[in-house]
Design a protein around this ligand. Structure first.
Ligand SMILES: [Zn+2]
Length: 151
C-alpha cells in the first residue's frame, strides 16, 4: 500500500530525488551487512547531496546513508532541508530510517519531508515530526529549567 500525503514538492522533483537515492545506493560500502542504502537530501535552494551507508570492521562506527548525505550537505554549508529520499534493495517494504537518523534529521527541523521508498520507486512520505513525534531538539536546550544549587 502506498500512502501518498500532500507534498510541497512537484512530482518530478520527488521522482528525481528518489532516483538519486537509488544511484547513491550503488556506492554503499556494506561488506558486512550486504544491505545497501542510499539517500538524497534536497536543500531549500534545490541542491542535492547524496550519501550511502559506510560500514566498518569496528561495527559501531558504521554510518547510515541518511546521515552521510546530511553531513555532506552541512559540511558544504547547507543545513536547510526540504526533503530526503531513502532507497534500499527491499522489494516489498519501504526502507525506514533508524532512530538515530530520525533524531539527526530532527536537528534540522521537524516539518520537512522524508520519502521512504521501495525498489520499484514507489514511496510513502512522512514528515520528520511524524517519524519522531514529541521529539527533543535544539530549542529544548534553552527551555526553562531548575538547576539545584551546589553546596
Ligand atoms: Zn540510520
Amino acid at each position: 500500500m502506498d500512502v501518498k500525503q500532500p507534498s510541497q514538492l512537484p512530482q518530478e522533483t520527488i521522482e528525481k530525488l528518489i532516483r538519486q537515492s537509488h544511484e547513491a545506493k550503488t556506492h554503499a560500502y556494506c561488506v558486512y551487512s550486504k544491505f545497501r542504502v542510499g539517500a538524497a537530501v534536497l536543500t531549500e535552494d534545490d541542491r542535492v547531496f547524496t550519501g550511502c551507508n559506510v560500514e566498518n570492521a569496528c561495527y559501531n562506527l558504521g554510518i547510515c546513508a541518511e546521515r552521510t548525505a546530511m553531513s555532506k550537505a552541512v559540511s558544504e554549508g547547507y543545513s536547510n532541508f526540504k526533503a530526503i529520499a531513502i532507497a534500499s534493495d527491499l522489494e516489498d517494504q519501504f526502507i525506514s530510517p533508524c532512530g538515530g537518523c530520525r533524531q539527526f534529521m530532527r536537528e534540522f527541523g521537524t516539518n520537512w519531508e522524508v520519502y521512504l521508498t521501495k525498489l520499484d520507486n514507489s514511496y510513502m512520505m512522512r514528515t520528520v515530526d511524524q517519524l519522531l513525534p514529541i521529539s527533543f531538539g535544539p530549542d529544548d536546550l534553552s527551555m526553562k529549567k531548575v538547576i539545584p544549587d551546589e553546596n
